[in-house]
Ligand binder design. Structure first.
Ligand SMILES: *[C@@H]1O[C@H](CO)[C@@H](O)[C@H](O)[C@H]1NC(C)=O
Ligand SMILES: *[C@@H]1O[C@H](CO)[C@@H](O)[C@H](O)[C@H]1NC(C)=O
Length: 141
């Protein structure tokens, strides 16, 4: 009925389906923080047997951080106002932001990309907001 090639092709499709998809387990971005503080952004993912190609972080759609495990050093970052990265505390799962300012507010997203042959991609996003700093005038006489 089926030719040998068709059988091999079906078998190939079946084994491809058998590989589970990359999964984003948890994305943490503090919803409210204050100027001058630090913020740890974290992106937990389950590779499910895939090889990690890279992890990219974006703020309002612009990439500011990239982790590529096969590069040396594995971290690239792109300067952006309000996004001051403490590289020594940033990894494949976390990005440490320091010296937060009003410009740090925004929509942060983490994108995880798997390597060949499937090139799976998974991503999530969260909003980081800044508490209003209310300056009160001293009432001293
Ligand atoms: C936040 O960023 C993600 C990824 O870039 C995008 O899909 C989403 O629409 C954005 N959300 C808002 C509220 O801008
Ligand atoms: C954060 O601010 C401090 C004090 O102004 C400065 O020394 C430090 O280089 C800044 N760090 C970054 C990553 O911008």
């Amino acid at each position: 009925m089926f030719g040998r090639t068709t059988l091999f092709f079906l078998l190939f499709l079946w084994t491809q389906d058998f590989v589970r998809s990359l999964r984003l387990v948890h994305l943490h971005v503090p919803s409210q923080t204050r100027e001058g503080r630090k913020a740890f952004l974290s992106c937990q993912y389950d590779l499910q047997g895939h090889t990690l190609y890279n992890v990219k972080w974006y703020k309002d759609g612009h990439e500011f951080y990239r982790y590529v495990p096969k590069n040396d050093p594995p971290v690239y970052y792109f300067p952006m106002v309000g996004v001051n990265i403490d590289i020594d505390r940033s990894t494949s799962n976390t990005v440490a932001l320091v010296n937060l300012s009003h410009e740090s507010r925004g929509n942060y997203s983490c994108e995880v990309n798997g390597a060949a042959p499937r090139f799976d991609t998974v991503s999530g996003h969260k909003y980081l907001d800044m508490e209003q700093t209310i300056f009160t005038r001293g009432n001293s006489h």
